[in-house]
Design a protein around this ligand. Structure first.
Ligand code: SF4
Ligand code: SF4
Length: 407
């Protein structure tokens, strides 16, 4: 069932999607599982794996792929392949290239390169201001060669321009021409871009460019009321641009806040969130961050059945909880409410990496990239945070928590 634009409401959506499922019982499917680990509580163990096609790329994938950025264990990559995953998402910058190497080591050892889809991201050109149009190609080619070497392959399946935070890089003729050329040469089967901010405008720009095959976007149930975002995803679907979803659980399932946990288990939040995305047929696959075997089993259970359990349906219908998850959509609408023009979106991102993901390297890189005049030091002089989020993020609380870590 595809979600419409303005006509969409959470309750209408839920009303047509209810269903009950048995427990998954997937224990034992993957090597390396610890004895006695609990089976994933959701999914349809006997169901066929659901595959979808990524738009005009023609690439087919199970609806759950491996977000490998949080993984540092080649055995887990192998287990993900053996449980049925075929898409592996990484980036040249993850663990300074070692994440790509780890994936390649596992896949190479299994001898299944031709059965998997490598999704990787390069970003140099988009980040270098002042490059002339014809200079982008050389920079991208060099970045791509690095990824090919680390991934032990002669082509990337889906090559992405990393972290487009506005439509500008998507419209840059030098970047667009360079990417199209790399695809034409066979260095990439499909080309696309990833976006965590201003997503609706970036997706629409990608569609308009008529060059990109795929967009990897932040998308989750906290955006159920975001008509611009739903419209952009619909637009991509109509124009045959494949959508991959990330930030799928909004941090809610694995790092739930105490209020949420009083009513719903992390497992319910996690599976409900993933299923919610997949009820939008414009989304071809998802890349939940998989950092251990429990994540793998719970998330891949959803690839075998996306009907909601009663408890999942109840959670998704509970606006009190779902709209109060405090997920920062990176919309930048809070900027005007801070008298000192602090870069709140990137501070919220830093908070997510540090306090939710526990990825302090990524958090450090994110906070270090903020110009000092817009960074946390400015907040140190501010006794009470007056910044307001248009969604449900408690900016003041998160700033205070960041100060405890970094100030
Ligand atoms: S603490 Fe002060 S400076 Fe920092 S975001 Fe809030 S209002 Fe802006
Ligand atoms: S804190 Fe709120 S207003 Fe600011 S970028 Fe995040 S979601 Fe948007």
């Amino acid at each position: 069932m595809a979600q419409g634009n303005s006509s969409f409401t959470r309750r209408k959506f839920m009303a047509s999607s209810l269903g009950c499922l048995a427990s998954a019982g997937l224990a034992g499917l993957a090597p390396g599982l610890a004895r006695g680990q609990a089976a994933a509580p959701v999914g349809q163990p006997d169901g066929e794996i659901i595959y979808r096609t990524l738009g005009r790329s023609g690439i087919k994938l199970p609806v759950v792929s491996m977000g490998a950025g949080a993984c540092n264990d080649a055995a887990l990559v192998q287990a993900c392949y053996e449980i049925g995953m075929r898409g592996f998402d990484t980036a040249a910058s993850y663990a300074f290239g070692r994440n790509e190497q780890m994936i390649a080591n596992a896949i190479h050892r299994l001898g299944v390169r031709d059965k998997v889809v490598y999704i990787t991201k390069i970003h140099e050109a988009a980040r270098r201001d002042g490059l002339a149009d014809d200079e982008h190609e050389a920079v991208m080619r060099k970045a791509l060669e690095g990824s090919l070497r680390r991934l032990k392959t002669d082509h990337i399946d889906i090559l992405m321009l990393y972290d487009c935070r506005s439509p500008e890089p998507v419209k840059n003729p030098g970047i667009v021409a360079a990417f199209a050329k790399l695809r034409k040469e066979g260095k990439a089967r499909a080309i696309g871009l990833s976006t965590h901010a201003d997503m609706a405008n970036v997706i629409n720009a990608a569609v308009e460019a008529e060059v990109f095959d795929v967009v990897l976007t932040s998308f989750n149930f906290t955006m159920a009321d975001d008509t611009a975002m739903l419209g952009a995803i619909d637009n991509a679907g109509k124009n045959n641009v494949g959508i991959i979803a990330m930030k799928t659980q909004a941090g809610g399932g694995r790092f739930p806040n105490p209020e949420t946990l009083q009513s719903y288990s992390g497992e319910v939040i996690n599976s409900a969130a993933l299923k919610w995305i997949l009820h939008n047929e414009n989304v071809a696959t998802t890349i939940p961050g998989i950092g251990n075997y429990d994540h793998m089993r719970a998330d891949f259970a959803v690839a075998r059945g996306i009907e909601y359990t009663d408890e999942e349906a109840k959670f998704l219908s509970d606006n009190r909880i779902t709209l109060g998850m405090g997920f920062c959509r990176q919309c930048s609408k809070c900027l005007a409410s801070c008298p000192d023009k602090v870069d709140i979106p990137n501070l919220m991102r830093t908070h997510m990496y540090a306090a939710q993901y526990g990825d302090f390297q990524k958090a450090r890189r994110t906070i270090d990239a903020i110009p000092s005049s817009q960074g946390l030091r400015t907040c140190v002089d501010c006794n009470s945070c007056t910044a307001k989020c248009v969604n449900s993020v408690n900016i003041g609380k998160k700033i205070a928590e960041l100060k405890m870590i970094y100030a």
